[in-house]
Design a protein around this ligand. Structure first.
Ligand code: HEM
Length: 400
């Protein structure tokens, strides 16, 4: 997690790190930016950690935090240490998550299908206007704008703030620049979310930000909780979905026989989406849990105050769970649930929304461009310099 290691594409190799960690054990001692912690690397251990009632997301339980030794400032572990549901547990977590559960339920999200299909249609039209025989970056032109447009619309973010936001969230989350820039970016994002809230307060609409402002008005959320809930929805709501779509497209471009099975209807597109989530978990190593008391997980004793890092990408390729070919992308794999959306009380609020977007975006793309192909080796593309987000920087393709 040392920024010097993470920022160097020559040293950073997520799946090699996963392999190393898994070989060392299912709960292994690691240093997270120099501070001792454990890493949960196997499927069963990660599941146990995420659902253990005495493992909390509340950083105040971390002994390193109490000693002021925990990573500070621009640390990867602090990117979302804010007042949102992600960092709360118990009653507080229910208060922060509860009002949003219904709005993000599978039933409610299913109603958005026509709207998402129309955004996908617009993006495909924009792609069709590009020259078919020159390489384009499908991540930037398709995987990126879809989830961003969806969440920006849902949050009621005004047009004036959309372009600057895109640059900022990229900067804040990818850590693709030096830490001082990243902290600058976080400050700018904070300010921008504050402005968006003020604009919606002045002219409320039928959007999530206006609903959250109303809850704040009723005393259900304080100022920081309001701002950080909007912020977590904004960031969690698009970055991971971009990476999911990009990984799935890249996997299929390199495996025409599997693509054929999907196009012919022999295998449903949902199988490709679930396999992509397992194979390249968009969340790599993030976030941590803290032991509220002494406890034992899979034979390892943790002391109160110790931290465990969730290694979702390692768990997704755990051979114990998925067999010796766990590293292979295979849409015909018998369905075995994965942990890419988490497990337990913090299970991803946006899972139905992310799944729907991918399940609409993938078949529509391959139907619109039957000649679509990778402009180079699709399985060896430069990755984001991050151990938090598992993504590729770009996806060069020829539309054909
Ligand atoms: C939580 C992954 C898309 C909003 C989580 C967690 C994971 C995850 C692993 C659990 C973190 C933990 O246990 O500490 C993903 C992936 C996505 C995705 C892989 C896309 C492929 C979305 C979308 C939204 C969203 C579209 C929507 C707005 C959230 C929120 C939480 C969360 C608010 C915190 C839930 C809580 O703490 O109770 N996500 N997510 N995510 N996700 Fe997602």
């Amino acid at each position: 997690m040392d920024p010097e290691f993470v920022l160097d594409p020559a040293t950073l190799d997520l799946h090699a790190s996963d392999e190393l960690l898994r070989r060392a054990g299912s709960l292994v001692p690691v240093l997270v930016e120099g501070v001792r912690a454990w890493a949960a690397t196997s499927h069963s251990t990660l599941e146990a950690v995420l659902s253990h009632p005495a493992m909390t997301r509340d950083i105040r339980y971390w002994d390193a935090e109490a000693r002021a030794a925990a990573p500070q400032g621009t640390s990867l572990m602090r990117l979302v240490t804010d007042a949102s549901m992600l960092n709360a547990d118990g009653e507080e977590h229910r208060r922060l998550r509860g009002p949003l559960v219904k709005l993000f339920s599978a039933r409610q999200v299913q109603r958005m299908e026509p709207w998402i299909t129309s955004i996908v249609g617009d993006l495909l039209e924009e792609l069709a206007a590009l020259p078919p025989d020159e390489p384009i970056d499908l991540r930037a032109e398709y995987a990126y704008p879809l989830p961003l447009r969806v969440i920006v619309e849902m949050l009621g973010i005004p047009d004036s703030h959309r372009e600057p936001l895109r640059a900022l969230t990229d900067q804040v989350v990818q850590l693709a620049q030096s830490p001082p820039d990243s902290s600058e970016g976080r400050r700018a994002l904070f300010e921008m979310v504050g402005e968006i809230i003020e604009l919606r307060r002045a002219t409320p609409g039928e959007d999530l930000t206006s609903e959250l402002i109303a809850l704040h008005g009723q005393g259900q959320l304080d100022d920081a909780e309001l701002r950080d809930t909007v912020q977590v929805l904004l960031i969690a709501g698009h970055v991971t979905t971009i990476n999911l779509i990009a990984h799935a497209v890249r996997a299929l471009l390199g495996r025409p026989a599997q693509l054929e099975l999907l196009l012919s209807g022999a295998v449903p597109w949902s199988a490709a989406v679930e396999e992509a989530l397992r194979w390249e978990s968009p969340n790599a190593y993030f976030p941590m849990r803290y032991a509220m008391e002494d406890l034992e997980i899979e034979g390892v004793r943790l002391r109160a105050g110790e931290a465990v890092l969730a290694c979702f990408s390692a768990a997704g390729r755990d051979p114990e769970r998925y067999g010796d070919n766990a590293a292979d992308f295979d849409v015909t794999r018998p369905s075995v649930p994965h942990l890419a959306f988490g497990h337990g009380p913090h299970f991803c609020l946006g899972a139905p929304l992310a799944r729907l977007q991918a399940e609409v975006a993938l078949p529509a793309l391959f139907a619109a461009f039957p000649e679509l192909r990778a402009a180079g080796p699709a399985d060896d593309l430069p990755r984001l310099t991050s151990l938090l987000d598992n993504g590729i920087r770009g996806l060069p393709v020829l539309l054909g």
